[in-house]
Design a protein around this ligand. Structure first.
Ligand SMILES: Nc1ncnc2c1ncn2[C@@H]1O[C@H](COP(=O)(O)OP(=O)(O)OP(=O)(O)O)[C@@H](O)[C@H]1O
Ligand SMILES: [Mg+2]
Length: 296
């Protein structure tokens, strides 16, 4: 396959706002820059509401930026770009279709013929560890197995970029960990038919465990506050001191407050917006008002 000279995804100065109920605009993303190249797993880490899913939807061609540019292999993203597939937090499977039919669906949309479709779907199901469950319906599967179907459905189209929006957060701790390590093992062994991954999470350990690069988002509005490279070889050990240190550093960055500069009355210490007022009764207050209103 030809390697493209332009980065896979290039986001430049992207802003996005949404109308609020009051008619004003809520600025969700402000001047976001992001580049994704082939061969890397990039994490978007940020608090709830910081605009991570919105950015992912912009890349998936489901939301348009209010300003700035979003390109995939040098071409402006208008509608879902070719070679980009998504895995959802809520699995988003069709309950009336079997595992095999759910997985085949993405290929059907691409116009792949039925023999090839079946072959590739079976291979993806096998790869993701669901061999034997081809004819099961989603309701017959556990959460972890359902999300495996979600992965198989995304992988079957052999996307250049796999977008994942908190793919493990609806799973219990152990199932999530198994699925993470299975995915990373397949990635390291070069068995995943994808070139890069962009993963949204608010789990710091998950980001450090899986990603080559982590972009930490600030909130209100969402902006890339820091970029952190994770230069720990796979398989990563959560108990490794360097791993722990990185997690702690990121945690500190995400929770540090920017102290609001309190305007203070010049020369009078302790005044400003943070000043605590003394408790006074309403009688005292009305006395004060009367005094002020009285003739001098
Ligand atoms: N279609 C929309 N219309 C109006 N407001 C929206 C829309 N999509 C997102 N928002 C608002 O944008 C903000 C960011 O939402 P977004 O889902 O991108 O955050 P997030 O970082 O993914 O949060 P979480 O971690 O909770 O999933 C929220 O305040 C949300 O209400
Ligand atoms: Mg989200």
């Amino acid at each position: 396959m030809l390697d493209h000279p332009s980065p896979l995804i290039d986001i430049r100065g992207v802003c996005r706002s949404f109308p609020k109920g009051s008619g004003e605009q809520l600025l969700v993303l402000e001047q976001v820059d992001l580049t994704i190249h082939s061969g890397e797993i990039v994490g978007l880490l940020g608090r709830s509401g910081s605009g991570k899913s919105t950015l992912l939807r912009i890349i998936a061609g489901l939301v348009t930026p209010s300003s700035g540019s979003a390109t995939c292999r040098g071409e402006t993203i208008v509608g879902p770009p070719n070679g980009v597939a998504m895995v959802f937090q809520s699995f988003a499977l069709f309950p009336w279709l079997t595992v095999l039919q759910n997985v085949e669906l993405g290929l059907e949309a691409l116009g792949v013929d039925s023999t090839e479709r079946r072959k590739r779907a079976l291979a993806a199901i096998d790869l993701i560890g669901l061999d034997g469950f081809e004819s099961a319906f989603p309701k017959e599967l556990s959460g972890g197995m359902r999300q495996r179907v979600g992965f198989a459905r995304a992988l079957v189209v052999h996307p250049d970029l796999l977008l994942m929006d908190e793919p493990f957060s609806a799973l219990d701790v152990l199932t999530a960990e198994t699925l993470r390590t299975d995915l990373i093992d397949l990635w390291i062994e070069g068995r995943l038919p994808i070139k890069s991954v962009l993963m949204v999470t608010h789990n710091i350990e998950e980001a450090v465990l899986m990603c080559d690069r982590i972009l930490v988002f600030s909130s209100n509005p969402g902006r890339v506050a820091t970029e952190i490279k994770v230069e720990i070889p796979h398989p990563r050990n959560r108990l490794d001191p360097y791993f722990r240190q990185l997690v702690d550093n990121i945690y500190a960055r995400m929770t540090q407050r920017t102290e609001p500069k309190a305007p203070s009355i010049e020369g009078i210490p302790g005044t400003g917006i943070g000043m605590t007022l003394h408790h006074v009764s309403s009688n005292v207050l009305s006395g004060l008002i009367e005094t002020l209103a009285a003739p001098p």
